[in-house]
Design a protein around this ligand. Structure first.
Ligand code: TRP
Length: 335
């Protein structure tokens, strides 16, 4: 019998501001393929969000294309899922503006990411940075997404999205699906290899602190070999052993082994052997993605065709929601 049950719609987006780190990969991207098998998934490159911080045009263009290709390289199927670039679908900006008018200054000003980024980029505290959460709300609400996988840093933005949606639904009539956080398989939280008390970040200025999904096997090996650990020289998980705990988390995520198994495997061995094993497990995990990425990047026409079709499919859905919203708000519509 044909399965006619409606699958949940899950929406994920990622900014093209750098090659994803191992943290982005193990925490999110690695799970996307499975997530797309179980749900009706929409994936996008959030380039409109990227310009809330000054970007170099050529670099933004290149990284957007690469991020798009990387999504396909992860095993996402552009025929089965909708995969697109945010700026190719004008409804995001259009709904974003409308939602700005349904969001209070005070609520947006409370966003911790806004406060953090304002402090970090004090010379460019632009209005876009302030409106970042309302654009993100538009991303989510346009597609009537049931679930959104969010890391800790984006949780508050999903909450404000729900508040805005509820407010709009209450002021007019049910228009938006209220999105929930997607609780999938949780990947490891990956910490910096140089300061394992800090999260691995793409904005880290120490090049040895972060591993990137497209790093060469050589670079990955070197970075793990110079990872900061402790002086105990015993592979086991314990409070205060942040470096080793981090490596164990990464190794567990890449091999599927649990911490007891890892401790047993490295019983009597030093950190040197362990670091090499962790690096090898990471290389084995990302290598197929890298190979596929390099293949796809040779065929730019194919990537462009996918992006174009993805934007058309996205736009079709987005337009239905936007049209409803515009009608409810009271815009004069001419046929
Ligand atoms: N702000 C998200 C991040 O930096 C990216 C993003 C933009 C997003 N729009 C979204 C994530 C919609 C989920 C849903 O991680």
């Amino acid at each position: 019998m044909e399965n006619t049950e409606r699958k949940d719609r899950v929406l994920s987006m990622i900014q093209p501001t750098s090659v994803p780190t191992l943290g982005n990969y193990l925490g999110a991207l690695k799970n996307w393929k499975q997530m797309s098998a179980d749900n009706d998934c929409i994936f996008a490159v959030a380039d409109l969000h990227a310009i809330t911080v000054r970007q170099e045009p050529a670099k933004l263009r290149k990284q957007s294309l690469e991020m798009y290709a990387l999504m396909i390289a992860l095993g996402l199927d552009p025929d089965k899922n909708i995969i697109f670039v945010q700026s190719h679908v004008p409804q995001h900006s259009q709904l974003g503006w409308i939602l700005n008018c349904y969001t209070q200054f005070g609520e947006a000003a409370r966003m911790t990411q806004f406060k953090d980024k304002s402090a970090k980029h004090a010379d460019n505290v632009n209005v876009g940075l302030f409106a970042y959460p309302t654009l993100m709300a538009a991303d989510i609400l346009l597609y009537q997404a049931d679930y959104v996988p969010v890391g800790a840093d984006q949780k508050q933005h999903l909450e404000i999205t729900r508040d805005i949606a509820e407010r709009f639904n209450g002021a007019y009539s049910p228009t938006f699906t209220i999105p929930k956080p997607y609780i999938g398989k949780t990947g490891a939280k990956v910490m910096s290899l140089q300061d394992p008390t800090k999260k691995m970040s793409k904005s880290d200025t120490n090049p040895k602190a972060s591993v990137y999904v497209l790093d060469t096997p050589d670079d990955i090996m070197k970075k793990f070999k110079s990872a900061v650990t402790d002086s105990e020289a015993r592979v086991h998980y314990a409070d205060g052993k942040d470096g080793i705990n981090n490596l164990m988390g990464i190794y567990s995520c890449c091999t599927g082994k649990n911490f007891d198994e890892i401790e047993a495997e490295f019983d009597g061995k030093g950190y040197g052997d362990f670091k090499i094993a962790v690096a090898e497990s990471v290389i084995a995990d990302v290598k197929p993605v890298q190979d596929r990425f390099n293949e796809i990047m040779k065929d730019k026409a194919y990537v462009e065709k996918c992006a174009k079709e993805g934007a058309e499919k996205a736009s079709y859905i987005a337009n239905k929601t936007l049209t409803k919203v515009m009608k409810k708000v009271g815009f004069w519509q001419v046929k």
